[in-house]
Design a protein around this ligand. Structure first.
Ligand code: IPM
Ligand code: MG
Length: 366
């Protein structure tokens, strides 16, 4: 039976990088019989200009019905009224699909150590996953808004809110993920100041009794930010809230060398048949400044395909094949412009990087 994937390239560099992801899927279907059927859907600025809404009800329904969603990027869409963007944008899609667990793996590829802004001896061997809570916290908390006070000055309010259940479900995924890896879990919050942080620490501490084989560490978020740059190898799985996860995963990207390297998986609660709603997307955004130039790095999009194979379809060997192909292309010196270059090597285009990876897939599968 075909695996049904909703394919949403989006705005900016989204269509460019997703074009390369599509080629990898076509390769897999041809060479590995993965039987992935892509259905295209539009979202974002282009869709809003065409229809007056950045995302249709049909797209939301199709995303929920699909076995997985592959998503490029949206953004550069400030023309769209703010309310519409919130209700019909990426956050709304994440929420509608119930995607609460956002996995953002960070690896320092040996071939790419010189691309990091940190010293080689600091980043060599880093292999960690940031598990970001994605459906709650200050992104969705109420009340929120900007009001005008009697003195004529404005006041803005955001609300950070977490229920025990929301913390528990993401923490459970984190413990299980740590168990399948090196067994280390860092839980990051700000319990010395925030009430949500206190509850977060309480809940995670209580759950630890169910996972005694996992080594749990509580790390305050400011300290974590420092530790991440000081000695990132100490981390294996990191679980944190929506906003801290947003910040810390971007920061982690510099360990890998570029935001253009980081894929992600966003997962929801399994249904009766065990299928989890899932959306896979590069961590980077639509990068309007380089859109249309054909120079964006497609690796995050391609690695997001690998995450889909692993998490939604259990195709571990195929996922590894893609990861190995990326690694081999990098080892051979394939670089897009976002990856720091020494000695004036001509950077590859988006298409060029896609081609380099497909060539490695051919070699590895031969
Ligand atoms: C991300 C992005 C989004 C977020 C933006 C585009 C709303 O930064 O996926 O990390 O903040 O979640
Ligand atoms: Mg972000």
């Amino acid at each position: 039976m075909a695996r049904n994937v909703l394919f949403i390239p989006g705005d900016g560099i989204g269509p460019e990088v997703m074009g390369e992801a599509r080629k990898v899927i076509e390769w897999l279907n041809a060479k590995r019989r993965t039987d992935i059927a892509l259905t295209d859907a539009a979202m974002g600025l282009g869709e809003w200009k065409r229809t007056g809404s950045p995302m249709s009800d049909e797209t939301i329904a199709a995303a929920k019905a699909a076995d997985a969603v592959l998503f490029g990027a949206v953004g550069g869409d400030e023309e769209i009224p703010r309310k519409l963007r919130r209700e019909r944008g990426l956050l709304a899609l994440r929420r509608a699909m119930g995607l609460y667990a956002n996995l953002r793996p960070v690896r320092a590829y040996e071939g790419l150590l010189d691309a990091s802004s940190l010293k080689e001896r600091v980043v060599r061997g880093v292999d960690m996953v940031v598990l970001r809570e994605l459906s709650s916290g200050v992104y969705f908390g109420e009340p929120r808004g900007i009001e005008t006070l009697p003195n004529g000055k404005r006041r803005a309010v955001d609300t950070q809110s977490y229920t025990e259940e929301e913390i528990e479900r993401v923490a459970r995924d984190a413990f299980l993920l740590a168990r399948s890896r090196r067994g280390l879990l860092a839980s990051v919050e700000k319990s010395n100041v925030m009430e949500t942080g206190r509850l977060w620490r309480d809940v995670v501490t209580a759950m630890h009794a169910e996972y005694p084989d996992v080594t749990l560490r509580h790390v305050l978020s400011d300290n974590f930010a420092m530790q991440l740059i000081r000695e990132p190898r100490q981390f294996d799985v990191v679980v944190t809230d929506n906003l801290f996860g947003d910040l810390l995963s971007d920061a982690s990207a510099m360990i890998a060398g570029s935001l253009g390297m980081l894929p992600s998986a966003s997962l929801g609660t399994a249904d009766a048949s065990g299928r989890r709603p899932a959306l896979y997307e590069p961590v980077h955004g639509s990068a309007p400044d380089i859109a249309g130039k054909g120079i964006a790095n497609p690796i995050a999009a391609i690695l997001s395909v690998a995450m889909m194979l692993r998490h939604s379809f259990g195709l571990t060997a195929d996922a590894e094949l893609i990861e190995k192909a990326v690694e081999a292309a990098l080892a051979e010196g394939a670089r897009t412009a976002d990856l720091y270059m020494q000695g004036g090597i001509q950077p590859l285009t988006t298409l060029g990087m896609g081609k380099a990876i497909l060539a490695k897939l051919d070699t590895l599968a031969a």
